[in-house]
Design a protein around this ligand. Structure first.
Ligand SMILES: Nc1nc2c(c(=O)[nH]1)N[C@H]1C(S)=C(S)[C@@H](COP(=O)(O)O)O[C@H]1N2
Ligand SMILES: [Mo]
Length: 372
């Protein structure tokens, strides 16, 4: 049950993250609450990590059944076993690839992580639905049946005076029998709890101190924020001749830093919430994107905006900002973080910061803004 719940939450939050990054025409994602994505993606990574021990124990518990003889009895049995094979392979692929991704270990993944992780999620959830459907009668009777007092811990029951340690011939071969239900459940709950506590501090700030396994820590990094891509890695060198190119219905204009600083400045407390599950709040100051839209001759209530980085390549060099986020007064082209001029690794001279968006869409080193 715990594995099923964790898997379902992980699937739904992952799908949501995918839709926000690749929105189809029918999809709409609000700009408020500002920290919602931080919660949904935090849940995605936390439930995914909790699946490591849950899935491990599930596989260990059913392990003998994966190797029954004869392997196939009927055509229906063969189809069911093929479904289970897909489920096991896809589920393992998801938890392993997701974990490798948050620790930035890409060597064992000779494919683009995001694409693989997205498509195999559909395989896993499809195979899971088929599996649960096929096993529904078993699930139903198991949930209805109240365990007999002694069924809780077979080894204890065997020690009780007068009890005979006769093996239960009706029970399916099941590795959990050797352990006792309670010991097993306590063990897996402890493992899942430790993994969660050990990592969730990457986004739940009060737990940062106990999260020894967290790949990133909020508050840690230049100007108190973690950095994924440094300026050096992106090939960005500070250019004293910097001009922000602003294009729109009123034509194209170039704004140097003095011009940007002379526009009305606003401050917003907003998190960077990375798809990898870490997040950290900053106090950003800069120009409202909607003010730049007005300056470019666009309609700040309806315009969408393409934001492009000075970075020459890379998957995250540009983003399309939908109208809800453009019109939100919290959406800034930030020039400062915590009152200081942006650190080069945080996107100096200017970066996009918008409420309720994944980190990958918070473009750094902004060079061009096109109002549509
Ligand atoms: N131009 C550009 N902007 C970018 C990226 C990038 O690779 N290139 N990485 C993004 C990602 S994945 C995240 S999580 C945030 C991280 O911001 P930080 O490194 O300033 O904390 O920046 C985003 N902005
Ligand atoms: Mo990210």
């Amino acid at each position: 049950m715990a594995l099923g719940v964790a898997f379902a939450v992980c699937f739904v939050t992952g799908l949501l993250s995918h839709l926000i990054q690749h929105p189809p025409a029918w999809f709409w994602w609000p700009s408020r609450p500002a920290g919602l994505y931080r919660v949904t993606q935090g849940l995605h990574v936390a439930t995914g990590l909790a699946c490591l021990p849950l899935l491990g124990v599930k596989l260990w518990a059913v392990y003998p059944r994966l190797f029954t003889w004869p392997p196939v009895r009927t055509i229906a049995h063969a189809a069911e076993r093929a479904g289970v094979a897909v489920l096991v392979a896809a589920a393992l692929f998801q938890v392993v690839s997701g974990t490798l991704n948050i620790y930035h270990v890409y060597a064992p993944m000779p494919f683009f992580f995001t694409t693989g992780h997205y498509w195999v999620a559909w395989l896993a959830i499809g195979a899971l639905l088929v599996h649960v459907g096929v096993q529904l009668p078993v699930v139903r009777s198991a949930l209805r049946r109240r365990p007999a007092p002694n069924a809780e811990a077979p080894d204890k029951a065997a020690d009780a005076p007068g009890a005979t340690a006769a093996p239960d011939a009706t029970a399916a071969p099941d590795a959990t029998a050797a352990w006792g239900r309670r010991a097993l459940l306590t063990g897996v709950a402890a493992a899942a709890g430790l993994i969660t506590l050990g990592t969730v501090g990457q986004t739940v700030r009060p737990l940062t101190g106990v999260s020894a396994l967290a790949p990133r820590r909020p508050g840690r990094g230049p100007q108190g924020l973690p950095v994924n891509k440094t300026a050096a890695a992106a090939g960005i060198v500070a250019d004293p001749g910097y001009r922000l190119v602003l294009g729109g219905p009123a034509g194209e204009r170039r704004l140097d830093l003095a011009a940007l600083n002379s526009l009305p400045q606003h401050t917003a407390e907003l998190p960077i919430a990375c798809v990898e599950g870490w997040s950290s709040t900053g106090r950003w100051t800069g120009v409202r994107l909607r003010d730049l839209v007005t300056l470019a001759g666009g309609d700040p209530e309806r315009a969408t905006v393409l934001v492009e980085s000075l970075q020459a390549g890379g998957r995250y060099r540009s983003t399309l900002v939908p109208a809800v986020h453009v019109r939100d007064p919290l959406t800034l082209i930030a020039l400062r973080l915590g009152g200081e001029v942006l650190h080069p690794d945080h996107g100096y001279p200017a970066r996009l910061i918008a409420p309720n968006r994944p980190g990958v869409l918070q473009t750094k080193w902004v060079g061009r803004i096109s109002v549509r």
